[in-house]
Design a protein around this ligand. Structure first.
Ligand SMILES: [Zn+2]
Length: 417
């Protein structure tokens, strides 16, 4: 039989097994993979009857499913290295914010940025992600806080999804921060969040809705209003909650069957007990804790309780300016005490389940998308033991090789800038 690609000489192939949340990982040794029309059509010990246009020799290395980064703030204007000095000198974030810095400076830069410059900047980030083995991401708006800029961010997501090999799930996050103009009229701002949601749904600009539910920003009631509206419109929910202080956001999110609750540094035992009964992704973001010198979310406790834990980068210009999901994975092992197998599930099958794509992405099996990576490690434990470098040498997305020997293969339809 003729196929597009055959991968031979795979030392070990690791893949999560369904059901999600069982944390089971299969290890296959000395196998070959046949890929045709973007799909995996065979994983067997010898595929001699398959004639391939391209044969990739894995040289005895490890093959894993492509990683899924389930929480990013991909599209934004500017960067904040000018605040780095202040941060290192211990100036509190709230003081930086008062001087017009922090999220406010990113909002201003994003408002002023052209679509072209946003595309160029985000495309570069996607290239970094791809080299680190990420083949699908979730990306939020949230640096406009007004109708036009929020839509501009989502439109950039849409264009990138069409042109870059990485698949992008878009989330509408106008309720990321309260604009100064609405300082004394928060309800009116939430009204505008709800009003814009209808058109966004109609224009298919986002599949999910998010709100930053934290003390002094948006509260339980605001979260409830956003969840209610999103549910009515058939948009799924992914909620920022319990990062700084638990104020009830997690309970509300779970009541509305959110697909994901994110951060969870301060999640209570009661809320863990509620979350374990659901298929909501408990998405922890350890790179943010690292960058802000904050405690780490109790991921070990959540896995032990039976929650579906995810690990994501939270890539953003303020609290985690890094696209490197592998670093988050290392922190999940070293600082949160998760095992390599648990973390593999947390960056593949679990986020795929929460994004509703687990019927074709998130594991390696016949009939699944050929989204996979080759890592220059002898086994899965080594991937986590040897930290701080990029282990990924080759990336196949939708059955096409997009990274070869650590170099991006750029096709016409890939490069935007
Ligand atoms: Zn975030």
């Amino acid at each position: 039989m003729n196929v597009d690609i055959k991968i031979i000489n795979i030392g070990h192939l690791y893949t999560p097994k369904k059901p999600a949340k069982s944390y089971q990982v299969d290890t296959l040794t000395n196998v070959e993979i046949a890929i045709n029309n973007g799909k995996i059509i065979a994983i067997e010990s010898a595929l001699d009857t398959y004639e391939a246009k391209t044969t990739i020799d894995a040289l005895g290395k490890v093959v894993l499913p492509g990683f899924i980064d389930g929480h990013t703030h991909l599209v934004h204007g500017g960067s904040r290295e000018n605040e780095f000095d202040l941060k290192l000198n211990g100036v509190p974030y709230m003081d930086i914010l008062k001087q017009g810095g922090g999220i406010l400076s990113t909002v201003a830069a994003t408002k002023n940025a052209s679509v072209e410059s946003l595309l160029t900047q985000a495309n570069k980030s996607l290239d970094h992600m791809l080299r680190f083995g990420v083949t699908t991401i979730e990306a939020k708006s949230g640096y406009g806080l007004d109708t036009d800029t929020e839509r501009k961010q989502l439109e950039v997501n849409h264009l990138l999804n069409e042109h870059h090999p990485i698949d992008i799930h878009s989330t509408y996050l106008k309720a990321h921060a309260l604009p100064k103009a609405f300082k004394d009229s928060k309800d009116e701002f939430i009204d505008s969040v709800l009003d814009d949601m209808e058109q966004i749904k109609e224009d298919k600009l986002a599949q999910s809705v998010d709100i930053f539910c934290e003390d002094g920003v948006f509260d339980e009631k605001d979260t409830q209003r956003v969840c209610e509206k999103a549910q009515t419109l058939g948009l799924s929910l992914r909620i920022h909650t319990d990062e700084i202080k638990p104020i009830g956001g997690t309970k509300v999110a779970l009541e509305y069957e959110a697909k994901s609750i994110d951060h969870l540094i301060m999640i209570s035992d009661d809320d863990i007990a509620l979350a374990k009964e659901t298929m909501t992704l408990c998405n922890v973001l350890p790179s943010t804790s690292f960058y802000l010198n904050k405690p780490y979310a109790p991921a070990r406790k959540m896995v032990d309780a039976g929650c579906m834990v995810g690990v994501s980068s939270d890539y953003n210009p303020g609290s985690t300016p890094s696209e490197n999901l592998q670093f988050s994975m290392h922190l999940a092992a070293l600082k949160m005490g998760l095992t390599p197998e648990e973390i593999l599930c947390a960056v593949t099958l679990h986020p795929a389940t929460s994004l509703g794509i687990d019927d074709h992405v998130g594991m390696l099996d016949v009939g699944y998308d050929a989204d996979l990576i080759i890592c220059d490690v002898p086994n899965l434990a080594y991937f986590f033991y040897h930290y701080g470098i990029n282990h990924v040498t080759d990336v196949i997305k939708h059955g096409k090789q997009v990274v070869k020997k650590s170099q991006l293969i750029k096709e016409e339809n890939h490069v935007i800038n």
